[in-house]
Design a binder for this molecule. Structure first.
Ligand code: F6P
Length: 343
């Protein structure tokens, strides 16, 4: 068989481990040829590709990012997008395509499969951990580790200066990184997109903590966290090809509000893309390898329109449509775990 592979959307640690797994098992065990498309959906749209070999994928297991490059190109934004993808696949004599991505990349893959009969299957990845049908996505553990380490570091300087430290982490629609790094780092306030916050309440929590003798506080906020309607104005960001606003800015906004409302000196740190870069944790390398191997097995068996997912401790094949139907956001009971530690 000849199988294409692409990585789309925001990069994340573990992508190279997944590519390596697909190439290694695809070539060594099955004797297939693997073609790597450049920069997500841009690759098949503009026929940019390279042959992937055992040699060209050697040594990439611990490397962050993606050797294939990525983009937020949406094939459905171009009128002839789906036809172009099919044409490139036919010209390269591909039997199918493995798309490694998050909600947007896999959403496009699911539509190409169901509406245009393209032989494609998905592999889930995202630091946001917000894909349905899988318990965890690779990339999340590394981002969580980076965020937790940052909180630990901010703790000591917050304590020395008697300041409130606001830490803005990634998470557009889901607060997994904020919640888990907040719990792991002992945050005093955690704000996530799933629960619009009341800035008055944030101020009270910080004041209460200080009244109980603690002269510093840590506030972790997901970039997509929103104030309750009518309580605090936020500037709207630019949009990408999938219609997502460019976020970032809530941390700085909270810095001013908290300082004004409590009178305590406050500083904001935006972790940004540091969370997506660098070496994947062992957990992410193993998970990426497991889903990569399962993806090439599924391609070998012709299981198009599916996605390997982590269910409990097992990797199972699920319909791709299940993964993109809705986002896996933080359920209220998970957030409640952090409640006793607030303020
Ligand atoms: O989708 C992953 C993610 O890291 C989000 O958490 C974040 O909102 C977004 O990507 C940032 O996108 P970009 O790298 O295009 O600025």
């Amino acid at each position: 068989m000849r199988i294409g592979v692409l990585t789309g959307g925001g990069d994340c640690p573990g992508l190279n481990a997944a590519i390596r797994a697909i190439v290694r098992k695809g070539i060594d065990v099955y004797g297939h040829a693997i073609v790597g498309f450049r920069d997500g959906w841009k690759g098949p749209l503009e026929s940019e590709y390279e042959d992937l070999t055992i040699e060209s994928t050697r040594g990439i297991l611990p490397r962050g990012g993606t050797i294939l490059g990525t983009s937020r190109t949406n094939p459905f934004k171009r009128e002839d997008g789906p036809a172009q993808v099919k044409e490139t696949m036919a010209a390269l004599h591909l039997d199918g395509l493995i798309a490694i991505g998050g909600e947007d990349t896999l959403g496009a893959a699911a539509r190409l499969n169901s509406e245009h009969d393209v032989a494609v299957l998905g592999v889930p990845k995202t630091i946001d951990n917000d894909l349905a049908a899988t318990d965890v996505t690779f990339g999340f553990d590394t981002a969580l580790q980076v965020a937790t380490e940052a909180i630990d570091r901010l703790h000591t300087t917050a304590e020395s200066h008697h300041r409130v430290m606001v830490v803005e982490v990634m998470g557009r629609h889901a607060g997994w990184i904020a919640l888990h790094s907040g719990i792991a780092g002992g945050a005093d306030v955690i704000l996530i997109p799933e629960r619009p916050f009341d800035i008055e309440e944030v101020g009270s929590l910080v004041r209460r903590r200080h009244a109980r003798g603690r002269a510093f506080s840590i506030v972790v906020v997901a970039e997509g966290a929103l104030p309750k309607e009518g309580t605090m104005e936020l500037a709207a960001g630019e949009k990408d090809e999938f219609g997502h606003a460019r976020l970032g800015g809530i941390g700085q906004r909270l810095e001013r509000e908290i300082e004004q409302r409590t009178g305590f000196e406050t500083r904001a740190t935006v972790l940004g893309h540091v969370q997506r870069g660098g070496t994947p944790t062992a957990f992410d390398r193993v998970l990426a390898t497991r889903v990569g191997v399962a993806a090439i097995d599924a391609a070998h068996d012709g299981n198009w329109g599916t996605m390997p997912a982590l269910r409990g401790t097992r990797i199972e094949l699920v319909p791709l449509s299940d993964a993109v139907e809705e986002l896996r956001t933080v359920p209220p009971e998970e957030f409640e775990v952090a409640a006793p530690f607030m303020g």
